[in-house]
Design a protein around this ligand. Structure first.
Ligand SMILES: [Zn+2]
Length: 219
């Protein structure tokens, strides 16, 4: 998602942090549930991560969600297995007693999701101190060969950066929106510097002159 879309998304819906089509692996909550991969439209807000079935031109159907307060760990997965879906950048979300594997289309997308989820869950009480860098598959962890799904992790869990070592740059700005032909100028409320321009032809009159909104920009 571009910088402009992040800002736009935040303006239009104050609580959507990220949204994107990603692929999820079934969590196999029941012993008999199949292992499969589904394309889902993921929406992250400050309170939960929800995923929807996205049928072209039809209303999205909610297929599941995870309360952020229940998340114990979010981390990229480093593995040499052949990933059987077209998105090749996996990350894991451990919540309750489940592992949600999500696959992003590229490294940048995965980094954005992992770091934003970490940021939103870093103060959770149930965070783990260690996690597993590889997949849980066929009844064992590929990293350490433990056969207990909820066995303690084998590497240190750092809730401030992803497993590649990238930390998130957070810059919170108060922005003033003013009109410009075919779009908006966004300027900093404090220094009046113009920070960016969004070209949108939609009706946005309700937002013009609005100041004091806080945005988090991802670098
Ligand atoms: Zn392990």
């Amino acid at each position: 998602m571009s910088w402009e879309r992040t800002v736009f998304g935040t303006v239009m819906n104050n609580c959507v942090l990220l949204e994107e089509l990603l692929i999820k692996k079934s969590q196999q909550k029941r012993r008999t549930s199949p292992s499969n991969f589904k394309v889902r439209f993921f929406v992250l807000t400050r309170s939960k991560l929800a995923y929807y079935e996205d049928r072209h031109g039809k209303k999205r159907t909610l297929k599941g969600s995870v309360e952020l307060s229940r998340i114990k760990c979010v981390e990229i997965v480093k593995s040499d297995i052949i990933i059987p879906c077209q998105y090749k950048y996996p990350f894991q979300i451990i919540h309750d007693n489940y592992i949600l594997y999500v696959f992003a289309p590229n490294r940048e997308s995965r980094q954005r999701w992992v770091l934003t989820l970490k940021e939103e869950t870093r103060n959770n009480n149930s965070l783990v101190s260690k996690c597993h860098p590889d997949f849980w598959i066929d009844g064992k962890w590929r990293c350490c060969a433990q056969t207990e799904k909820m066995a303690a992790g084998c590497v240190e869990y750092d809730p401030t950066k992803n497993g590649m070592g990238f930390a998130k740059t957070i810059l919170t700005l108060k922005i003033f929106i003013s009109s410009k032909s075919n779009g908006w100028n966004l300027s900093c409320t404090e220094c009046q510097k113009i920070l960016g321009y969004i070209s949108i032809k939609r009706h946005v009159a309700g937002f013009l002159g609005y100041s004091g909104l806080s945005f988090t920009l991802y670098g």
